[in-house]
Design a protein around this ligand. Structure first.
Ligand code: UTP
Ligand code: MG
Length: 497
């Protein structure tokens, strides 16, 4: 243990001279940016400790800003320190480690940033602005929470997503859903979790999730997540499944065959890529690049013209993530319908025809409708609905996008490929399809779970069935469906669960 004060006062001058000119020292720890709080420490001691740390390769910031990762204080009055920190109006306070001087002295002694332990942490004991009341009312169902695109707990939810993906790739459903549910709860919070204590009344946080959170609160990262991210199988399966048309099963088959890269796959003559996968590889760079809101709007104009040229009274809606207000998405989703019953079934082939003539259709997979009203309700939930739909890759010209394309620097083609999904339900199923395709996936999962568990109803993209009354409930708007379920209406931009 390092018992003595960091440097005896008498040695102050000589040690200060040893540490050299501030700002000239070699930086050894790029990821750690310290800030020493002057309160209680005093200006001259702070200046001395700053130079000492810099001489050992640490970055010490003069000003407290969002780049700081470690705040070090000698203030033993936790509440006054935290009050001051909160008044500093930082965006990133939740990601900062607020540490006692003992962490600093341990680190100076070791000549490197030592692992943060609970004993080093100065925990926030102040009641958080909206924590206590908000916590009590957090529902276990995402459809009873309002979740915008602003995520105050990204460090935790990103880690949970990696853990969920690991289970998903191994086809282990339970823990995968548990991590997705936990992430969804944290995403809905209007405040950032700064201590495990603040999570005690939150639903859906199990032992495993809490231990990951504790690790992140203490060390700023999760070693389990880092292990997964550096795992060869995980990396390869993520790479392979990032290709349009390649699912976890195919990715695993390729991995077990010893393939590790796209070149390996493309060079293996025994692999027969299907049409979707061939397009996936052909347009990989474009499709794996996020689609911007401006690009989604430009595509809406294209589809809108096509649809209305065919059926003037057609209804077209942008759905999926863009309807929820996301700035970027992996594809652009549309729902189209017509008031004339049955006409919606012929609409998509006609749209495809028109896009082909325009020369902008790079890939299409059309699925004719298998929807049959007399077979409702579907008692088993199916991921895919039975409406007519198509999965497209379209060529989008830069000239059609306000502000230009979202493409790599130096890409001078003037166009890019974009994934587009189009689904065409009959008009009387429109509200159900719109609700189902708006997402998020977690929001949809919980809507269906809520309907089943709390209302004895079955909900899917086609219909809502009341098991008690043994009848299908009609709806022309999403609000009708929420009302049938006895739920407060949640706006699309609040469904980013
Ligand atoms: P997406 O996969 O497009 O997700 O499905 P997203 O929320 O728009 O996110 P990004 O931005 O593209 O990544 C949109 C919604 O459509 C539903 C999904 O459940 C999701 O909520 N969906 C998708 C279906 O209901 N059926 C399908 O066949 C595909
Ligand atoms: Mg989408």
């Amino acid at each position: 243990m390092f018992h003595s004060p960091i440097v005896p006062r008498v040695r102050k001058r000589s040690r200060a001279a040893e540490v050299g000119i501030p700002g000239r020292e070699e930086v050894k720890f790029e990821d750690v940016r310290l800030f020493l709080v002057e309160r209680k420490m005093g200006r001259s001691r702070r200046s001395f400790l700053t130079q000492l740390a810099r001489s050992k390769g640490f970055i010490v910031e003069d000003v407290l800003s969002d780049v700081v990762t470690h705040v070090v204080s000698e203030d033993i009055h936790t509440s006054s320190l935290w009050t001051w920190l909160k008044e500093c109006d930082l965006k990133n306070l939740t990601h900062m480690l607020v540490l006692d001087i003992s962490w600093f002295t341990d680190s100076m002694r070791e000549g490197r940033p030592v692992a943060v332990e609970t004993k080093h942490l100065i925990q926030d004991t102040l009641p958080e602005a909206s924590t206590p009341t908000a916590v009590v009312s957090v529902s276990q169902y995402a459809c009873q929470r309002r979740t915008t695109t602003e995520n105050n707990n990204k460090t935790f939810t990103d880690a949970f997503e990696v853990l969920a993906e690991r289970y998903e790739l191994n086809e282990i459903e339970g823990p995968c859903l548990a991590f997705r549910r936990a992430a969804s709860v944290l995403k809905s919070l209007p405040w950032a979790v700064r201590s495990l204590g603040a999570t005690q009344d939150l639903p859906c946080l199990g032992e495993h999730t809490k231990s990951v959170m504790e690790e992140i609160l203490q060390n700023g990262r999760s070693f389990e997540v880092e292990r997964i991210l550096s795992d060869e199988r995980f990396q390869t399966l993520k790479l392979f499944t990032s290709v349009f048309g390649v699912g976890p099963k195919t990715a695993d088959k390729w991995y077990r065959r010893g393939l590790r890269s796209f070149n390996d796959v493309l060079a293996d003559s025994s692999i027969q890529l299907n049409r979707m996968q061939q397009s996936g590889f052909l347009h990989y760079e474009d499709i794996s690049r996020a689609v911007s809101k401006a690009e989604a709007r430009a595509l809406r104009n294209i589809i809108d013209k096509a649809v209305h040229a065919i059926t003037p009274d057609a209804v077209l809606a942008l759905t999926g993530g863009f309807r929820r207000g996301k700035e970027f998405g992996h594809d652009v989703d549309f729902i189209v319908t017509t008031p004339e019953p049955g006409e919606e079934e012929t609409l998509i082939p006609k749209v495809i025809n028109r896009l082909t003539k325009q020369g902008i259709l790079l890939y299409t997979e059309y699925q004719a409708s298998t929807f049959d009203m007399s077979k409702l309700p579907c008692h088993r939930f199916e991921a895919m609905d039975h409406f007519a739909k198509c999965f497209l890759i379209l060529r989008l010209e830069g000239s059609q996008v306000e502000g230009g394309l979202h493409i790599a620097e130096g890409d001078s083609r003037g166009w890019r490929a974009v994934r587009v999904d189009l689904v065409a339900p009959p008009m009387d199923r429109y509200a159900f399809a719109l609700l189902g395709w708006t997402g998020s996936r977690q929001f949809e999962r919980d809507l269906r779970r809520y309907a089943r568990m709390e209302r004895q109803m079955l909900l899917d993209n086609h219909a809502l069935y009341d098991k008690t009354k043994k009848e299908l409930l009609a709806a022309t708007t999403e609000k009708d469906i929420f009302a049938h379920l006895g739920l407060e209406y949640i706006e699309p931009w609040q469904r980013n669960a």
